[in-house]
Write a protein that binds this ligand. Structure first.
Ligand code: NAP
Length: 248
């Protein structure tokens, strides 16, 4: 039921952290996996080799997630190479945290375009192949910050809350075509993104998690496999928190 044999997937931001784990777990579940990245060309080559070592095909694309024309090029190329696209994971994301009094217009715009416009870009370009196949699964990576808010993250929280509203709307548009759209809201997961936080902040965050510890990137990848597979075939428009109880 959780097998992705014969399926193809695209993951945005697949070179580090959660995206990298998603790429490798999709491959382990039997999918051929394409992924994008912004700067990490060396890491991209390494991950491509790891996917191939698992026995699946891999494609890597340098593509700024905020660039709509590039998103279209990437998806057109995947369909040319592999004839179909079955799964899209919108994962690429950044933070530019500061209190609103200090937040510049570019800090606001960068986070909104990288985190939210990117989801529009890749979802819009994927709909054509999904419609043709009368099937597809879009999985958008939001955050518990999009549900609860967080001081110092107005830009990030707006982008992540936007993803949830976008996903529910698109789920309603596409449900009759057997295309599902769901969201995962991770809590505090150990990656380079959270590695920038001080020990004091990290201890305070851990104290706010009922399960008392940070999550692992594999915890998020497991949710993606579920939402990508037939095990979740009657689920659309849902937001699943994977957060050790942090935002309940
Ligand atoms: P990360 O370790 O910083 O990795 C970010 C990934 O996104 C990298 O592969 C990076 O590529 C790519 N990326 C960044 N900007 C991009 C752009 N403009 N175009 C294309 N790719 C871009 O982040 P992470 O912690 O794994 O987070 C992944 C997602 O989960 C994000 O959407 C984040 O908001 C969300 N999330 C994370 C946590 C957490 O606790 N870590 C919690 C909630 C939600 P390069 O390597 O080339 O830079």
């Amino acid at each position: 039921m959780f097998s992705l044999n014969g399926k193809t997937a695209l993951v945005t931001g697949g070179t580090r952290g959660i995206g990298r784990a998603i790429v490798l777990e999709l491959a382990a579940a039997g999918a051929d996996v394409a992924f994008t990245y912004a700067r990490s060309a060396e890491a991209a080559e390494e991950i491509k080799k790891q996917v191939e070592a698992i026995g699946q095909k891999a494609l890597a694309y340098q593509a700024d997630a905020a660039d709509a024309a590039r998103a279209d090029e990437v998806i057109t190329d995947i369909v040319k190479e592999w004839a179909h696209l079955d799964i899209l994971v919108n994962n690429a994301g950044i933070t530019k945290d500061t209190l609103i009094m200090r937040m510049s217009e570019s800090q606001w715009d960068d986070v909104i375009t990288t985190n939210l416009k990117s989801v529009f870009n890749y979802s819009k370009s994927s709909v054509r192949p999904f419609m043709k196949a009368r099937a597809g699964s879009i999985i958008n990576i939001s955050s518990v910050v999009g549900l609860s808010g967080n001081a110092g993250q107005t830009n990030y929280a707006a982008s992540k809350a936007g993803i949830i509203g976008f996903s529910k709307s698109l789920a309603k548009e596409l449900a009759s075509r057997n295309i599902r759209v769901n969201t995962i809201a991770p809590g505090y997961i150990t990656t380079e993104m959270t590695g920038q936080l001080s020990d004091k902040v990290m201890d305070a965050i851990k104290a706010s998690i009922p399960m008392g510890k940070a999550g692992d990137v594999k915890d998020i990848a497991a949710g993606v496999i579920f939402l990508a597979s037939d095990a979740s075939r009657y689920i659309t428009g849902e937001t699943i928190r994977i957060d050790g109880g942090m935002a309940m």
